[in-house]
Design a protein around this ligand. Sequence first.
Ligand code: A2P
Length: 399
Amino acid sequence: MNATAFLKQHVIDPEICIRCNTCEETCPVDAITHDANNYVVDATKCNFCMDCVPPCPTGSIDNWRIVPTASPYSLDDQFSWQELPVQQEVATDATIALEALDEDVDALIAQAHIGAGGKSVAPASASKPSVNLFNRLKPAIATITGSYRLTDAATDNDVRHIILDFGEAHFPVLEGQSIGIVPPGVDAKGEPHRVRLYSISSPRHGERPNTNNLALTVKREPNGIASNFLCDLKKGDRVEVTGPFGATFLMPNDPAANIIMICTGTGSAPFRGFTEWRRRTMANASGKMALFFGARRPEELPYFGPLQKVPAELLSKFFAYSRVPGEPKTYVQDMMRREADLVAGLLPSDHTHIYVCGLRGMEQGVDAALDDICRGAGLRWADLRQAMRAEGRYHVETY
Ligand code: A2P
């Protein structure tokens, strides 16, 4: 059978482009040109290197159309555009060049966000994320500058805070986004390992303001290819990184936003980023932040020590421990019920956002707890959840 080959063609949105010429100056293969009307990309020259994407001040550069490889949009087509053409329906197959490079990252993200119900939506006030700047063909190379154990050394639960420095490379991220890690080597079938996604646990401008690094929170899993690779990395080791990924599980950029964060274990990663960003940039924000954090016991709760130092005015913290000898097993949903007044007080506000991150198993319990809390406060969770999802105020990332 003769399948039609498709190409993911790079195009520029003429409605957003401010004609600053940055992309044309940046393109190493002279694929970008312009006339008096538009900046355009020559499909016969573009090699998908992505060099032009990070410097673009508007994001107009980051647009793509799947087209038959034999008939991409010509330069003249693009010069005549007042707006981008709508994506034509195509029979996708494995011949779509870039899709294959991006592997199944989109599928992984969709899978993680399944609990958000249908298509997830970013908070209206969130900053615009950059995505897919680096891929397997052209990964960013990061250097490890720190790796610290976050859980008590006496436990067999090895969770680490790992810092990746990007040197001169421009790798812009937002709180809540993920990166891809490419473990070196091949799998049992002799094929390169697949990319694994990890949530970023630092705020957008680095571990300390204006450092070009980011942090991950990684749990060593028995036989985990990527987690053992990452947890074994030493200072000075280099690692291939793809991404950034994720355009919806983002922090509202609004000091009035109330943020309820619910997590287990390494699901705390994005919330460290959220808390740090607010602490650094909006310390006197009127919006409240509350963290419900589940772990087996204090010794196994990532960031236990640093969290004690976060002031209560910035963050209300509620820890739920499931395996403290002599104490009843407590999950985050139990703790939420215990703090029903606080949660119910925030839920009716249009400024309130809920984020759930961690074990897939907790989704149902958290949902049931919110249902109970709403009922007790004369609210209908089913309606509220639907509205919050549609408005980008309810976010779930579970695995
Ligand atoms: P459990 O003691 O039942 O395993 P870790 O990542 O270190 O395993 O921690 C995950 C935490 O989440 C543990 O306290 C675990 O409790 C808890 N947990 C497990 N299943 C659920 C669930 N369905 N709902 C909420 N928390 C859960």
